[in-house]
Ligand binder design. Structure first.
Ligand SMILES: NCc1[nH]cc(CCC(=O)O)c1CC(=O)O
Length: 301
């Protein structure tokens, strides 16, 4: 029997995703045991300020990265959406699970159009805020953080009329019946939304071989293209950026959008590329920035 120590955050969503990875590994390999190691991250402790203000994405991954680099764990499970563009030296994403529903869901109203004039929408995602304001400049967007259950409780208490959450997270928590999905031509998702990734140490060939067996290549390819777009922009979670790739036979089609924070300006485009070369994703980022007005350009200066 071989035992792998799997590092994860302790939120209900993180634990559900950790179990999905553990189950996939056990199914793929005989005589393998997984021990789930729950780690606290900075992001879990600070709930009242927008993520962008308190240090961005690295907050979620730092403690998992440290434990993995120190050899306390063999792998880390992440929502790929929360993984910063550049990983620390010595670590890299080795596999991804098949992607779940990539759409955002609106909770609290039947549709964006159905929201009342000036309705309060709680979100701390600059992308969701800008996309909503682009459609409905009258909305009053307020900071709303915390894990999925916390946000739903704040909505129940009347702190906002509506909120947006990823369908993937709700599905994995067994809350599929909550909210109305918004189609991706109305609200393009964040890069990597709905994808779960598994980090391993560079050079840990044993673990990387075990992970290769559960890697879902179409998801992995699409997410790499989306991340290449965001990396080339110099974007992170401070930026109102959407990127979503799909496969069309042996080609990958990437759609991307960048917005000003108030949603007044939007630039969007599409690029097609082979599965194994994401350079056109970076080229699309430069193209969109070139044509972007100052209100967008200054976000990526
Ligand atoms: N930043 C929080 C976060 N990271 C990943 C998900 C959902 C699951 C996913 O997109 O894979 C969520 C919650 C949300 O956006 O509703």
């Amino acid at each position: 029997m071989q035992t792998l120590r799997l590092g994860t955050r302790g939120s209900p969503l993180a634990l559900a995703q950790a179990r999905l990875v553990a189950d996939a590994l056990i199914k793929a390999h005989d005589r393998l045991e997984i021990e789930i190691v729950t780690l606290k991250t900075g992001g879990d402790r600070i709930q009242d300020r927008p993520l962008a203000e308190i240090g961005g994405k690295a907050l979620w991954t730092k403690e998992l990265d440290r434990a993995l680099l120190a050899g306390e764990t063999h792998l880390s499970v992440h929502s790929m959406k929360d993984v910063e563009s550049f990983r620390p030296e010595g670590l890299g994403i080795a596999a991804m699970l098949p992607r779940a529903d990539v759409r955002d869901k609106l909770i609290g109203a039947a549709s964006i159009d159905a929201l009342g004039e000036g309705a309060v929408v709680g979100t701390s995602s600059p992308r969701r805020a800008a996309q909503l304001l682009a459609l409905r400049p009258d909305l009053d967007i307020r900071t709303f953080r915390g894990n999925v259950a916390t946000r739903l409780a704040r909505l129940d208490k009347g702190e906002a009329d509506a909120t947006l959450l990823a369908a993937a997270g709700l599905d994995r928590l067994g809350m599929s019946e909550i909210g109305t999905p918004i189609e991706i031509d109305v609200m393009l998702p964040a890069a990597a939304q709905g994808a779960v990734g598994i980090d391993a140490r560079d050079g840990d060939e044993e673990v990387r071989r075990l992970l290769a067996a559960i890697d879902h290549r179409p998801t992995h390819r699409c997410v790499l293209a989306e991340r290449a777009f965001v990396a080339a922009l110099g974007g992170d979670c401070h930026s109102p950026v959407a990127a979503h790739a799909t496969l069309d036979g042996e080609r990958l089609v990437l759609r991307a959008q960048i917005l000003s924070e108030d949603g007044a300006a939007t630039v969007e485009g599409e690029a097609e590329m082979p599965l194994d070369d994401v350079a056109p994703a970076a080229a699309l980022a430069r193209e969109l920035l070139d044509e972007a007005p100052e209100s967008i350009g200054k976000l990526f200066a």
